[in-house]
Design a protein around this ligand. Structure first.
Ligand code: SME
Length: 152
């Protein structure tokens, strides 16, 4: 998918997410809806979901895709890298990311976006693709905008 096409797809998705968020204020309902929408509308999304900090343990939240790790070892892997750096992390090739946690060997590239509540990081949105190099700055910027809608 070229960048213009991808940008347009995300713009349509943003509008859809916005209108769906109006139907419930519950963060779990909202995260479940975001995961389902993104996963089913963007075909390169092979695993789409949230890991949330629960008493310091990064624990799986609402997701779509194959069964994934329930908890992630602290300070290891891509999700923890996003939390510790407080930034979105794009991984073009998971095998080249030191400490990457492979919940499914079919995942080849990944993006992890921090989720913030009142300025503090409370979890992440994690997306895996079966292809290398699936995620770029367009995905990063658009997914960052979408996760902001969870607490609006
Ligand atoms: N790869 C992630 C673990 C979660 S799975 O991708 C669903 C990581 O390294 O943190």
């Amino acid at each position: 998918m070229d960048e213009i096409q991808k940008g347009k797809r995300y713009q349509r998705l943003y509008v859809q997410v916005e209108s769906l968020m109006a139907k419930s204020n519950d963060p779990t309902a909202r995260m479940a809806t975001i995961a389902a929408l993104l996963h089913n509308k963007l075909e390169y999304f092979f695993w789409t979901g949230f890991y949330m900090l629960k008493n310091g343990v990064l624990t799986v939240g609402p997701y779509q895709g194959a069964v994934a790790c329930l908890e992630l070892a602290k300070d290891k892997g891509v999700c923890w890298a996003a939390i510790n750096s407080q930034k979105t992390v794009i991984v073009p090739d998971v095998e080249k990311f030191p400490g990457h946690i492979a919940c499914d060997s079919r995942s080849k590239s990944e993006i992890v976006v921090p989720v913030r509540y009142q300025g503090a990081i409370i979890g992440v949105l994690d997306v895996d693709s079966k292809e290398l190099n699936s995620f770029d700055e367009t995905d990063a910027g658009e997914l960052e905008k979408i996760v902001e809608l969870i607490f609006i």
